[in-house]
Write a protein that binds this ligand. Structure first.
Ligand SMILES: [Ca+2]
Length: 461
């Protein structure tokens, strides 16, 4: 595998002045450099207008998913994920697999020699609110080759192939264990394993082109099985992905490793869904690149929403600093419910967890946003509605290209001087044209006054 010519690293000069109006961002594009985690200092801000409560008042995502029969990985506090390496005949793990996997999952960011480990990513993405750990079990050897796994009826049993092998590897892991030894895998104490990750030794369907894998069982996915109460500790949430993802998409060689795919699947373990075409194919929960968006952070309990109840202005910190976002409910009551309908505003900056992927494309995905700009989302996360997209990223060009499978780009972001209101965007972006999906009006006009290194200045008119 050849070494990649890495993404240009963005070295950003940071102005710590609290003055917002004129400082710009200087980009020095350095090719072949290493990823650096740089985040500017937060700017003290105040919404100069009436604000609502800056706390989550609705259900948590974990509660919502449990009501849908899914036990998810806790997104707040400590949690330990059990990792089961699964070896197929004729496709053994490489000699450095154990240390490479440990670096990608549990290492410090620098141990990966590329980006972040899964734990360092989530420590930063959650602003220290979640502390993940992974425990890697001994390798489980199947009696199947990848091809026989795909063709054998033994490996189906109504479940997908991944579920079959993870469940068998887990049953083997449980041999000789006590309930006390398993308690660390049940951080939320509900008696069900919080999450288990099956990492298989063969290449995925895309690269290996297995003859009998039309459903791409050898891919990367997260799903749930019904807890088997006869087990010492039943499992439910599992991920399934190839060790090859450690190297392939970033074109790396051991000991350098890429955790992007593992990071994305852990997002799904937390209960995040793929958002589909209305985010323009550029989101951690979809393509696996960049930091998680403000809505994902809101429902995981990591964001700091500022809820506006009327007109005013504010300095909004870049999301990478502290998870700040501006939430404008459709209803005049100003009630805040993450699983309601509202406009959510986030200041994106190509720094911190975004720096590695800014301007870079993985496996045909859109390039990560390479410049700072404001993201405006129409959120319709009402639990009872199935008709509309949960998350629709507005396109600053005022043409809804995503509905025709257009992809996000730097031009999607709202720049200084741009505005958003339903009078302008309703026709193309809102199914009901002049109102929100719930029939309520959206009485605000959001104006982007200026973009700075640490924060942007917004007016709600
Ligand atoms: Ca649990």
């Amino acid at each position: 595998m050849k070494k990649a010519s890495y993404l240009a690293v963005l070295a950003i000069s940071i102005c710590l002045s609290s003055c917002m109006t004129s400082f710009g961002i200087n980009f020095d594009l350095i090719t072949g450099g290493t990823y650096e985690y740089k985040v500017p200092t937060r700017v003290e801000n105040a919404f100069e207008g009436e604000i609502g409560p800056a706390t989550n008042e609705g259900k948590t995502l974990a509660e919502v998913r449990l009501s849908q029969g899914k036990h998810v990985l806790p997104s707040l506090g400590k949690a330990t994920v059990l990792v089961l390496p699964i070896s197929f005949l004729g496709s053994s793990f490489g000699p450095s697999f154990q240390s490479d996997l440990a670096h990608a999952l549990n290492g410090a960011a620098k141990d990966t020699q590329y980006y972040e480990s899964v734990t360092s990513f989530y420590q930063k993405s959650s602003y220290g609110k979640c502390q993940l750990q992974f425990e890697i079990a001994p390798v489980y050897f199947t009696t199947h080759s990848p091809e026989s796994a795909l063709t054998s009826t033994d490996t189906s049993q109504g479940e997908d192939k991944g579920a079959y092998f993870v469940q068998h590897a887990y049953a083997k892991y449980l041999e000789g264990k006590s309930k006390e030894e398993l308690a660390r895998f049940d951080a939320n104490g509900d008696g069900v394993l919080d999450a288990v990750m099956g990492v298989y030794s063969c290449r995925d369907s895309k690269l290996a082109q297995y003859a009998n894998d039309p459903l791409q069982y050898f891919g990367a996915y997260t799903s749930w099985v019904n807890p088997d109460e006869s087990l010492l500790m039943p499992m439910s949430c599992y991920s399934w992905l190839s060790y090859d993802y450690l190297y392939r998409y970033a074109d790396l060689s051991s000991p350098a490793v890429d955790a992007h795919f593992f990071i994305r699947e852990v997002g799904h373990m937390y209960g995040l869904e793929s958002y589909g075409k209305y985010v323009g194919g550029l989101d951690n929960a979809d393509g696996g690149t960049l930091d998680h968006n403000a809505f994902s952070k809101l429902i995981l309990g990591w964001a700091k929403p500022i809820v506006a109840k009327g007109k005013g202005s504010l300095n909004l910190n870049a999301s990478i600093i502290d998870g700040e976002c501006l939430l404008l409910p459709s209803s005049a009551s100003g009630a805040m419910n993450p699983f309601g309908e509202y406009i959510l505003v986030e200041y994106y900056s190509p720094q911190g967890l975004n720096a590695r992927d800014a301007g870079r494309s993985y496996d045909g995905s859109p390039k990560g946003y390479g410049r700072s700009g404001v993201k405006v989302y129409h959120v319709d996360a009402r639990l009872e509605q199935k008709e509309y997209p949960v998350l629709h990223l507005m396109e600053s060009g005022k043409t809804n290209t995503f509905e025709k499978d257009g992809k996000a780009s730097d031009a999607t972001l709202f720049a200084s001087g741009y505005t958003f209101d339903i009078a302008t965007f309703g026709e193309s972006f809102f199914p009901k044209k002049t109102t929100m999906n719930n029939g309520e009006g959206f009485p605000y006009r959001i104006h982007i006054d200026s973009l700075g290194a640490a924060s942007c200045r917004l007016s709600v008119e």
